[in-house]
Unconditional design. Sequence first.
Length: 269
Amino acid sequence: MLIKIKSDAPKFQCNACGSCCSHIRGIIAKEDLNFIRENAYGKLPVVQIVPPEQMTFPLWDWEAKRFREWQNEANVDANISPLRAILDLNSNKAIILTYFMNSKTDACPFLREKKCSIYHTQRAYVCRLFPFNRSPFISQDKEYPAEGMFGECGAMEKILPQVPKDFAEMIKFLNEAFPDGSFLNAVQNDLIIEWENKTIIDLMKKNIIKPAINYPYNFLLRRFKNAEKIDFTDFLLECNYLTLKERERLIKRFDNNLDAKEKIIEFVR
Ligand code: SF4
Ligand code: SF4
């Protein structure tokens, strides 16, 4: 049965309380935390460099490059450090997939008087997708509970109870209820995760990389520390997996949420 969306359906409006940017350390959805604890410390090609309690928001490698520039402009020391990496036994390099802001406080270092000091920029997906933590496409479960998609946000009170259970209606509803673009950003971020996973598998199949798997975690950490480091998308250039133009096109595609728009088109026509 299709659930009709009322024309007066609520629209999300961020009230700029600053709460989501005030506590960014160790904030991870429970199911992600369990997965990370179980798999991300040496069992899989991608290894988590820091414990979950120390983690803050992840930045894709190209986003970390932008944040390094913005921290100079905003006079901020965000201590941008590697978060997830592959130790490649072929090249002996640590290939960094994501970074995080390892600042001294619990709050994002770019937050000033409850306002983001780089709000005018593209910022990172993780900044632009909130109040979403993830999109509904990450789960194959057609009865995906709406609560599991969102982080804690006071502006969600009226919207949450109205999210339709029917998957197709839910996508349509979310697209309309989040005119700030956070839904599209959440979908695109999940599609980037999918792209990253597929690319790593392809690199392994083609024997371009040979990730260190099933080594003791402390051994991996020592190797990471001493290894030459390279960002994932720089590595894709170095090994001729992508040309410079292809990488530029890819990041532009991500920035413009083109994959997300294609993904939801069938639901919103
Ligand atoms: S997204 Fe929610 S928690 Fe974050 S600033 Fe807006 S209202 Fe506050
Ligand atoms: S960069 Fe801005 S939006 Fe992103 S977490 Fe920091 S304060 Fe929040």
